[in-house]
Design a protein around this ligand. Structure first.
Ligand SMILES: [Zn+2]
Length: 132
């Protein structure tokens, strides 16, 4: 982009359009990143070592002798915590999916913020056309 000196009265609309252009570009960039999102899943994968409950078992008194690891996916649905047991093979798949979900959420928040900024610009432009 080249810088052109302009009279003061023309600075505002040009600056507004340049900034609108920048926001639009950023929006398109982030939207492309959405396409990179792989299978996703809300929640967190937990790794747990468990006591079996038998009083004579070593796990009852020694934390290092607990059984496991056991994996579970935990998330909230309708205000309740849901736990889903996962096999050791499934755990890394769900862990990666949970990470994708967090990435998706971050992207969505940024897109939402950018959209609102662009909408505000577009509304101002539309309003200025009405006044002229
Ligand atoms: Zn035990």
């Amino acid at each position: 982009m080249s810088r052109v000196s302009v009279s003061k009265s023309r600075v505002r609309p040009i600056a507004r359009n340049a900034s609108l252009e920048r926001h639009t570009q950023r929006f398109l960039e982030l939207r492309r990143e959405l396409e990179q999102i792989d299978y996703f899943c809300r929640g967190t994968v937990l790794k747990r070592m468990m006591k079996c409950g038998k009083a004579q078992c070593a796990c009852a008194s020694d934390a290092t002798k607990r059984h496991g690891p056991y994996f579970e996916l935990t998330y909230k649905a309708n205000g309740k915590t849901v736990n889903v047991k996962l096999s050791p093979e499934a755990a890394p798949l769900y862990r990666a999916a949970a990470q994708q979900y967090r990435k998706l959420k971050t992207l969505l928040n940024r897109l939402d913020k950018l959209s609102k900024t662009v909408l505000r610009h577009q509304a101002k432009l539309a309003e200025s056309k009405r006044q002229n």
